[in-house]
Design a protein around this ligand. Structure first.
Ligand code: HEM
Length: 532
């Protein structure tokens, strides 16, 4: 039984794959042969050369030589835990996803929290976005909610993601600096890409310094779609709200902790679960009927925008508790493979161009990171739902498929699973009509209003922290023209903010507020609904 005391199909599945600690029963090779000595290699004479025929020496060293796999290209540093999701309010009116309809179900989950820019061994308490990725092992297959602890993103179109990440990662000549928010390339990207401004406000706020993963919100960021039994779609934004509330570290604390305990957040997560003080989150949804798609002062497909909670309240529909630490960091936390494209019937995508690029990226990167197409068979990734198809062979194939035929349709034995029918995934039928063009909709052009909304919603001390963060991070930027460029961008967000930052980073403060035109040109965007 798991700590929560209820049935858990995932834990039963994992139990069958567990290897208990090696006892005193006798060391063997990978072939199961008992070893006589593991401290001395086989030599020709006591002081002689080691012999090639020492298969134990060769196997032991070869395996060691191959212990490392590539770290994730982003979100390399992370910590994970198992838990459970229970539904408190049925969404059956909006979706056919069983785990969001049936309040009697308990769905096992695995969650991985991460920083974004640092490498696998970097410190936890850096100024950065945090990943909050949840794998729901539902009876209808795995659903992955691959979110962050901030509700918006830096860019509007995934084609910019490689540029953005190159700007955030340490610089090519010398792999300096490790701290992502304090260097010229990031700020250069920011000054040249105004769509980053809303997210940069979040990144310079205390949200970028979470005290504990148990005190952190999570957001799906994109607008997704729920689809009900009649095929009707409803736009949805997903939210995780921590039971303990949102709490951050103070900047000065993060600096000291990074030196004294770089594993601060990882240790905290582990210790809480170990002590039975289980992290808990509510799942919330913001639901928008399809007919209201154009009622906002921004585009629902634009991932640099929130839907203000005053306009569409967050409905709490479920609760997640993290109650079991993994057995093995590498096997589970490192090898877990989240993918935005892992959806179940009743949950579907939208045309958000950032979302669409992500749909390609995750499987592609995991094919190399996890060594070929069979990584869904790794225990942490394996669904509790049955897997039946004609996918065969490939590196690390662990299944013993039976039968003569491995194709659809067949009459020779080898299984011929039925295709379609009740419970199968049907893509949402959206009418699409347009010319092939590389262009972004005018409805994506307002880059500042919600950054201003964010700034205006801050208390005085929060504003002080944000100004301090801009001064510290941007102040490290060596090129004056970049500092000036960022201040010019901030002047579109708030004149007072721009002046205060300018004074701290050695550039001339702007004399006037930037003109109010925030780039809105679409007739669909009405002044009345403009937030802020
Ligand atoms: C991890 C790509 C935007 C959240 C990753 C990984 C890639 C990637 C390649 C590594 C995956 C692996 O090796 O298993 C992209 C691309 C994006 C994008 C191309 C934009 C086009 C986002 C956004 C979010 C996000 C907007 C949040 C809403 C995450 C998280 C992880 C991750 C949480 C870590 C998953 C884990 O813990 O294993 N991303 N990403 N990414 N991404 Fe994204």
């Amino acid at each position: 039984a798991n700590p929560a005391g209820h049935e858990d199909r995932k834990q039963e599945q994992l139990e069958r794959r567990r290897v208990s600690p090696e006892g005193a029963a006798g060391l063997t090779t990978d072939q199961g042969v008992r070893v006589d000595d593991t401290d001395n290699s086989l030599k020709a004479g006591e002081r002689g050369p080691s012999l090639m025929e020492d298969f134990h020496l060769r196997e032991k060293i070869t395996h060691f030589d191959h212990e490392r796999i590539p770290e994730r290209v982003v979100h390399a540093r992370g910590s994970g835990a198992y838990g459970h999701f229970t539904l408190t309010e049925s969404l059956a009116e909006y979706t056919t996803a069983e785990f969001l309809c049936d309040t009697s179900l308990t769905t096992p989950v695995f969650v991985r929290f991460s920083t974004v820019a640092g490498s696998r061994g970097s410190a936890d308490t850096v100024r950065d976005v945090r990943g909050f990725a949840t794998k729901f092992y539902t009876n209808q297959g795995n659903f992955d909610l691959v979110g962050n602890n901030m509700p918006v993103f830096f860019i509007q179109d995934g084609i910019k993601f490689p540029d953005f990440v190159h700007a955030v990662k340490p610089e090519p000549p010398n792999e300096i600096p490790q701290a992502s928010s304090a260097h010229d390339t990031l700020w250069d990207f920011v000054q040249l890409q105004p769509e980053t401004m809303h997210m940069m406000m979040w990144l310079m706020s205390d949200r970028a310094l979470p005290r504990s993963y148990a005190m952190m919100e999570g957001f799906g960021v994109h607008t997704f779609r729920l689809v009900n039994a009649e095929g009707r779609g409803t736009f949805v934004k997903f939210h995780w709200k921590p039971k303990l509330g949102v709490h951050s570290l103070a900047w000065d604390e993060t600096q000291k902790i990074a030196g004294k305990d770089p594993d601060f957040n990882r240790r905290d997560l582990w210790d809480r679960i170990d002590a039975g003080d289980f992290p808990e989150y509510e799942l919330g949804v913001q639901l928008v009927p399809e007919e209201d798609e154009h009622r906002f002062g921004f585009d629902l497909l634009d991932p640099t925008k929130i839907i203000p909670e005053e306009e569409v309240p967050v409905r709490t529909v479920g609760r997640m508790v993290l109650d079991r630490n993994p057995d093995n960091f590498f096997a589970e936390t490192e090898q877990v493979a989240f993918h935005l494209g892992n959806v179940v019937p009743g949950i579907d995508f939208t045309n958000d161009p950032l979302l669409q690029a992500r749909l390609f990226s995750y499987l592609d990167t995991q094919l190399i990171r996890l060594g070929g197409p069979n990584f869904p068979q790794i225990p942490v990734n394996q669904p509790v739902a049955d897997v039946r198809n004609h996918q065969r062979d490939g590196y690390h194939q662990m299944r013993l498929h039976q039968g003569q035929a491995s194709y659809h349709k067949n009459s020779l034995g080898g299984g011929c699973p039925a295709v379609g029918g009740p419970g199968s995934f049907t893509h949402y039928q959206e009418r699409v009509d347009g010319e092939k063009i590389r262009k972004r909709s005018d409805s994506f052009k307002d880059h500042y209003s919600q950054a201003t909304l964010f700034w205006n919603s801050m208390s005085d001390w929060e504003k002080e922290h944000i100004v301090g963060a801009f001064r510290f991070e941007l102040g490290k930027c060596e090129h004056k023209q970049i500092r000036e460029g960022v201040v010019a961008q901030l002047n579109h967000v708030d004149h007072g903010l721009a002046v205060q930052v300018a004074e701290g980073v050695g550039v001339e403060p702007p004399s006037d507020a930037a003109t109010a035109n925030h780039g809105r040109t679409s007739p669909a965007l009405s002044q009345d609904t403009q937030p802020g």
